[in-house]
Write a protein of this length. Structure first.
Length: 286
């Protein structure tokens, strides 16, 4: 038996043909690829293409309980499964046998799998690439940012003199100050991917200017509310600005403005630091 773990990396020239050659030809053998759930049913075409390049023709795929696809190559079996059902089975067997060490190892593997699934490159579907609603929605949300900030500044809810639009690889937005805390408001794709909720966020970094610790203390009830309204991201206060669905732009802006007013009320006790300035963006806004 050979087991090859794969997250989102492509196949090498040896996979699967050379790996299958390592298995006995005169007896049963198994080559098992373990992949993220979203890759389970797209892995077989990749294996067929790679094998064909090495002069090996793979059979049509069979499925097993929705958690495995497989095919026979002579007496050898080529199979693909995903991390979750495999780890579920390992944990169930280890728990029944009282194997605490194996349970701990499986938990670490599950954490690695979830991390790679969340951060690795996920192949786009044709539907996603050709769906023009996706860019239209993002453009519409991006257009909300300057209007919302201008309204908040005009109303005295936020301060923006000398602060500027600032963009980075995974987001676009601008700096504003609420109370004594320096924040960044904009599209933040990493937090959207991590927490869900929506694409629009305001963050207060752990810097002297951001006052992240003080902001976290001020919004402490939001950290455990239902739904959660703030997150602690390594000392930075990360706050989603919820976009009301199924309503017009004017209503959305009014709702977002109300959220900033509520936030300002909590941050009145936060004292700023004289002379503190926004950090230069590198890979994060705060």
């Amino acid at each position: 038996m050979l087991i090859e773990n794969k997250f989102w990396a492509g196949l090498t020239s040896n996979q699967p043909a050379a790996y299958l050659e390592r298995l006995p030809k005169d007896g049963p053998g198994l080559l098992l690829f373990v992949v993220p759930p979203r890759r389970l049913h797209t892995m077989w075409p990749d294996l067929v293409t790679s094998a064909a390049g090495a002069g090996l023709q793979l059979p049509s795929v069979s499925s097993y309980d929705g958690n495995m696809v497989w095919g026979q190559v002579g007496r050898r079996t080529l199979a693909v499964t995903s991390w979750q059902p495999l780890l579920d089975r390992i944990e169930a067997e280890a728990r029944a046998a009282g194997e605490a060490a194996i349970l701990s190892d499986a938990a670490q593997l599950r954490g690695l799998s979830e991390q790679m699934d969340a951060t690795g490159y996920v192949p786009a579907t044709l539907e996603e690439l050709t769906n023009t609603e996706v860019p239209r929605r993002l453009i519409a949300v991006a257009d909300l940012i300057p209007e919302l900030c201008d309204r908040a500044i005009a109303a005295g809810v936020a301060y923006g003199k000398g602060l500027r639009p600032t963009h980075f690889w995974h987001g676009a937005g601008r700096y504003i100050q609420i109370g004594g805390a320096g924040g960044w408001l904009g599209l933040e794709h990493r937090f959207w991917a991590k927490y869900g909720i929506g694409p629009l966020w305001i963050t207060f970094g752990a810097s002297v200017w951001g006052r992240g610790t003080a902001v976290l203390n001020a919004v402490a009830p939001w950290l455990s509310s239902n739904p959660v309204r703030a997150f602690d991201a390594d000392g930075a206060a990360v706050i989603p600005l919820r976009i009301t669905p199924y309503v017009t732009k004017d209503v959305v802006l009014a709702d977002l403005f109300t959220q900033l007013v509520e936030l300002q009320g909590l941050l009145k006790s936060v004292q700023g630091v004289v002379g503190a300035v926004p950090p230069e963006p590198v890979e994060a806004p705060a």
